[in-house]
Design a protein around this ligand. Structure first.
Ligand SMILES: [Zn+2]
Ligand SMILES: [Zn+2]
Length: 317
């Protein structure tokens, strides 16, 4: 399976601003002068030689990711504003012809996880089938409510695709297609949130955002440890610094330091830090990434491999 990230911000879409743009351009140009860049034909190689934070930006869209199986089926995770560009991309396939069959998993209905749905074009095309999978009985009502007059001009059930709602229960795995299984696990978050675990041919991907993991979590052996243990890829909430977490205890998010501790404790191979705070600019995200790696090294561990989630990032398991 392949996973692609389309939205990695927490709480609120956070487009980059002009100050940040100019800082980045300045930094790149300083490096270009230093490297003696003077031919346009060398620009691409020069860009490819830049550090990752200057080649890309993490992006401002709220949570959305897609798991694509070998057979080409798409399993979407959350409908933050990142689902808008994902929807545009899907129009190049069967969804553009009204032959799409999409499954959308919802971690919870905080606005940053559903706000992109009204702008998801495949939902407006007749013939497409959009199936929402979650443990929430009220999900249909919640999605309908956010598109009610006067908040949005098109009602949820006025959109032309067929909609289905399927309930998933914690502790009961479902087979999505041959050999691809999914199950969920509740997370500590105001109002609740669920992690989803996809398993195929011995490989495990877990998507766990909007979760407050603490030292207490890690001490316990039990169903939570069993759920997360030995994940090949764990995409995890890491909105806060340790200091912020102390002042925002019980707000439902994890510090990046604790996220790294989780990755180490659970024997995770690859850890992706996500749900970036909307107040953190690209420089700050780079500092957080460097500090997360330093923390892992300080713990005398070489695993997990750590990435800062950014829009467009892909992984294959
Ligand atoms: Zn959130
Ligand atoms: Zn939330």
């Amino acid at each position: 399976m392949k996973i692609k990230l389309w939205g990695v911000r927490g709480s609120l879409p956070s487009p980059t601003d002009n100050r940040e743009y100019r800082n980045k351009v300045r930094n790149i140009l300083q490096r270009a002068v230093k490297a003696g860049l003077n031919k346009t034909s060398e620009i691409n190689n020069f860009i490819n030689s830049l550090p990752e934070n200057l080649q890309y930006y993490c992006g401002g869209n709220t949570t959305c990711a897609v798991v694509t199986s070998k057979s080409g089926n798409h399993y979407i995770l959350d409908c933050g504003s990142g689902i808008r560009p994902l929807g545009d991309d899907l129009l190049n396939g069967p969804c553009g012809k009204g032959k799409g069959n999409l499954k959308i998993f919802i971690t919870h209905v905080h606005w940053d996880h559903i706000q992109g749905l009204p702008f998801f074009k495949p939902m407006y095309i007749p013939g497409n089938v959009v199936e929402f999978i979650s443990p929430y009985e009220a999900l249909e009502k919640n999605l309908k409510d956010q598109m009610e007059f006067p908040f949005f001009p098109a009602p949820f059930h006025g959109t032309a695709s067929d909609k289905k709602f399927t309930l998933i229960e914690e502790g009961r795995e479902i087979e999505l297609e041959e050999g691809l299984y999914v199950d969920c696990y509740h997370l500590k978050h105001p109002g609740g949130s669920y992690a989803y675990r996809f398993r195929k041919e011995g490989k495990t991907l877990i998507f766990a955002t909007d979760a407050e993991f603490t030292g207490e979590t890690l001490e316990k052996n039990g169903p939570e440890t069993d759920f997360f243990m030995n994940a090949d890829l764990l995409i995890i909430d890491s909105q806060y610094t340790l200091d912020e977490h102390f002042s925002k205890f019980e707000w439902g998010h994890t510090s990046y330091t604790m996220a790294v501790n989780c990755g180490i404790r659970w024997g995770v191979k690859h850890l992706v830090l996500t749900h970036h705070d909307p107040g953190n600019d690209e420089n700050r995200l780079k500092e957080i990434y460097d500090d997360a790696v330093r923390h892992r090294n300080h713990m005398k561990e070489s695993k997990p491999v750590i990435n800062m989630a950014r829009e467009g990032m892909t992984f294959e398991l």
